[in-house]
Write a protein that binds this ligand. Structure first.
Ligand SMILES: [Fe+2]
Ligand SMILES: [Fe+2]
Length: 340
């Protein structure tokens, strides 16, 4: 840590005092001089000294006022101020600390004391700056690492989504489209970034549990039998079991688990009701229904999006979260939302 080339500002209206301080400190530091408070502030703002030696008793603006103004300005706030007081002015010492001074030196000066106090405070200031810089570097590193981890997480998520798509061509892209619509709904409802991010991840993975269901059931043309539907119903729990151990600040596994729950408690797997279902899942459900009923399935043709929206409206506040239904309808009918 280099403290020798530090810049010290000496502020005093008395030339004799200035000379004494200069002779104590020259050779070790660069020195600046100001003979009144206004000049001291100008100098400090312009050159940002490493330390200020500040006389208390000065005409026009005393040292306390100078110090207060320096502490009020963000660019000069962290410059340590050592007050210069006469030995008789005992009350001045505490006042100096109150306005933000770090130390005081009493007149008449003792050269060794001046040097020692200045050196200590310059050292402390440099130390604080080094720590601050190291903190900034560390924070940057943490940010970089977090971004890397998030990238890895989203690559993993994409790969998992593709696995489902590859196995089940009829729902290929379904998850991506649901994620897109669900995020648009969440944005329309002004939900937080975290909620939207959870919806994004849960959206592209919400049917991942279908990899446990035989393709003969998933891809079979014709309407599903009751027994087949019972098998289909395990997919939210399977999805949750696959995802629950991925460490993440976003509760996407839980949103996947709840994406077939309904407001009136008629959904599965747990039959949760309105406020027992997390917001992310309620929105996913609406997007899932809008997307699924409007695209082609092996057991039925694709419907028009208007058909899906009517389905949602019919069951608004009964099966589906009303605000999400309204936002979804507005997206298609006013904002010209498109899946691809
Ligand atoms: Fe599903
Ligand atoms: Fe789905």
């Amino acid at each position: 840590m280099q403290i020798e080339d530090s810049l010290i500002l000496i502020v005093d209206d008395n030339s004799t005092n200035i000379d004494l301080l200069v002779s104590s400190l020259k050779g070790d530091y660069r020195l600046g001089i100001a003979k009144n408070g206004f000049k001291a502030i100008d100098y400090a703002l312009k050159y940002l000294p490493d330390l200020i030696l500040l006389d208390v008793m000065m005409p026009e603006m005393n040292g306390y006022e100078v110090c207060k103004r320096l502490k009020a300005d963000s660019s000069t706030r962290n410059i340590p101020v050592i007050f210069i007081t006469a030995l008789t002015e005992t009350g001045h010492k505490t006042r100096g600390f109150e306005v933000g001074g770090v130390d005081y030196i009493t007149k008449p000066f003792n050269s060794d004391e001046v040097k020692a106090r200045v050196k200590t405070h310059i050292f402390l200031k440099k130390m604080r700056e080094t720590l601050k810089n190291q903190n900034i570097i560390l924070e940057e590193r943490v940010k970089e690492k977090t971004a890397e981890i998030q990238k890895m997480l989203s690559a993993t998520i994409q790969t998992m989504a593709v696995m489902v798509d590859v196995r089940d061509p009829y729902t290929a892209g379904h998850q991506r489209r649901v994620a897109k619509l669900a995020c648009a709904i969440a944005e329309k409802l002004s939900l937080s970034k975290d909620v939207i991010h959870t919806i994004q991840i849960a959206g592209v993975l919400h049917d991942i549990g279908k990899i446990r269901i035989p393709t003969s059931i998933i891809n079979r043309p014709g309407k599903l039998l009751d027994v087949e539907f019972e098998i289909i119903k395990i997919h939210p729990q399977v999805g949750y079991d696959i995802l629950k151990n991925i460490p993440s600040p976003w509760p996407f596994a839980k949103a996947v688990l709840q994406h077939h729950e309904k407001i009136d408690g008629s959904g599965y797997p747990a039959g949760l009701k309105d406020n027992e279902i997390m917001m992310e899942a309620k929105i996913l459900t609406v997007a899932d229904v809008a997307e699924a009923t409007s695209s082609y399935r092996p057991y039925r043709p694709a419907f028009d999006i208007d058909y899906s929206l009517e389905e949602l409206l019919k069951n608004r506040d009964k099966l589906f979260y009303a605000k999400a239904v309204d936002a979804c309808i507005e997206l298609f009918r006013k904002d010209n939302f498109e899946f691809e």
